[in-house]
Design a protein around this ligand. Structure first.
Ligand SMILES: [Zn+2]
Length: 183
């Protein structure tokens, strides 16, 4: 008879499960009710072909070190979007592209201890909603080079762009502006 395989190790924190999966490929996750779930790891890969369509100028802009927003073309509205929209969410008219300033202020933030695959290696990382002078909406973006304890609402921040752009939202992040961290 085949000797029984030892049970995978059991963990109560998902982070520990992930570490164990790296090691042995299987772990048991015990949830708050004490229910155990067997979690396994196996390779999976897919080439995803995605069209940015009307968002194209935003991603091309990042590769040129430009942060592009959009502005309602109606003279009665002229709402300014920091997260670009093809059509105005206020009045429904088409918008036009324009360059946002590459500096703004922290409107709100959170610290992420988990993330999708592209950001997992950076955890924990700070995610901020940045506000720009004259814009009516906010931009959700990563905030680097500062500890969670250094963050405050209204903190001046500046955009940084990946010198080797991947045409992805990871091409842009913000850092504290000079002097922003001095009390
Ligand atoms: Zn409008």
């Amino acid at each position: 008879m085949m000797p029984p395989r030892p049970r995978p190790k059991s963990f109560e924190h998902f982070r520990d499960v992930q570490a164990e999966l790296e090691q042995s490929g299987a772990a048991l996750f015990k949830d708050a009710k004490g229910i155990e779930s067997l979690v396994v790891r196996f390779p999976y890969s897919v080439n995803y072909i995605h069209s940015y369509a009307e968002d194209t100028p935003f991603f091309l802009g990042l590769s040129e070190g430009r942060l592009r927003g959009s502005k309602c073309t109606s003279k009665d509205c002229e709402f300014v979007y920091a997260t670009p929209r093809g059509h105005c969410m206020v009045c429904g008219k088409p918008t036009a592209w324009f360059d946002l300033p590459t500096s703004g202020r922290v409107h709100a933030w959170t610290t992420c201890h988990f993330g999708s695959e592209a950001f997992l290696s950076e955890t924990p990382y700070n995610l901020a909603l940045v506000e720009f002078e004259g814009a009516g909406s906010l931009l959700l973006v990563r905030l680097k080079e500062c500890a969670e304890s250094d963050l405050y609402i209204g903190m001046p921040v500046e955009a940084r762009f990946d010198p080797n752009p991947k045409y992805s939202i990871t091409d842009v992040w913000f850092v504290p502006a000079e002097g922003a961290l001095t009390p």
